[in-house]
Write a protein that binds this ligand. Structure first.
Ligand SMILES: Nc1ncnc2c1ncn2[C@@H]1O[C@H](COP(=O)(O)OP(=O)(O)OP(=O)(O)O)[C@@H](O)[C@H]1O
Length: 253
């Protein structure tokens, strides 16, 4: 498995600086939540890690090796799942073919079997392999997008608001699935969300962006118990009723 290190990353779109000198780490087998308000640069950072946003400065490394040079060698240790599953899935391809295409390090004839295994892993009936994404519900599509990302056997998974576009009734099931898969497969995960309630459920550490800058980071329990930055406090205020964290005064009371 792998670790992700982002050092001093700057991303500019023309004259606009979307991410400014951000450093963060996701250690092997752990989950870091990347939070912040709309336009704070979360998606841009995630895209930069997989080469989909221009890096103007800084370094991105996977297990100490430059992510760009890995990509140029055809090695893709980081997979990104988007908010909208249509961005990850070709609408004309059957979901079985979509997942099979992504299966790593497996000879052709066995790819279909591997794809079926990944579909099963995310709770999709193998009978669905012959369907195109439009025949699936939003939650099922996101499960398929997850299967496709995992089929590439990433050391690092970036999940960018993957439940935001889903019906509230299925968000929990997809998050449970993600948590279970992360624990079972052991990949490092950068979990991007504006929702601290969700981040709290999944993450070991939290990093907070505001206006493209990192304004706070630390172990999840600490950041939630004792938020230092106004942005973090504002995001916390959006959680209706946050039960006491272990070790907090409320928990002790
Ligand atoms: N391709 C682009 N060209 C120019 N500006 C961009 C581009 N992509 C993003 N931006 C700008 O960069 C800033 C950060 O956007 P980004 O999508 O990374 O934010 P975010 O924190 O993910 O927000 P949201 O939660 O709304 O998706 C925004 O001001 C956005 O308008």
């Amino acid at each position: 498995m792998s670790s992700l290190e982002v050092h001093d990353l700057t991303v500019r779109y023309g004259r606009f600086t979307a991410v400014e000198r951000v450093s963060l780490q996701v250690a092997d087998g752990t989950v870091t939540g990347l939070v912040g308000g709309s336009g704070s640069g979360k998606s841009t950072l995630g895209k930069a890690v997989v080469g989909l946003a221009p890096v103007s400065g800084g370094r991105i490394q996977v297990d100490g090796v430059d992510a760009g040079s890995l990509r140029r060698r055809g090695v893709h240790p980081v997979q990104l799942v988007f908010q909208n599953p249509y961005a990850s899935l070709d609408p004309r391809m059957t979901v079985g073919a979509s997942v099979a295409e992504a299966v790593a390090r497996t000879p052709g004839p066995q790819r279909r079997d591997e794809a079926a295994r990944y579909l099963d892993l995310v709770g999709i009936d193998p009978a669905y392999a012959a369907r195109t994404p439009d025949a699936l519900s939003g939650g099922q599509r996101q499960r398929v997008a997850l299967a496709r990302a995992l089929a590439a056997r990433p050391g690092v998974l970036i999940a960018d608001e993957i439940t935001s576009a889903l019906d509230v009734s299925v968000q929990g099931a997809v998050l449970n699935l993600l948590r279970r898969l992360q624990r079972e497969l052991g990949f490092a995960m950068l979990f991007i969300s504006h929702d601290l309630a969700v981040v709290r459920y999944l993450c070991d550490r939290i990093a907070v962006l505001d206006g493209g800058r990192l304004v706070e980071s630390g172990p999840a329990a600490e950041v939630l118990r004792d938020p230092r930055h106004e942005t973090t406090r504002t995001l916390l205020a959006c959680i209706p009723a946050l039960p006491a964290m272990p070790g907090s005064q409320e928990a002790a009371a």
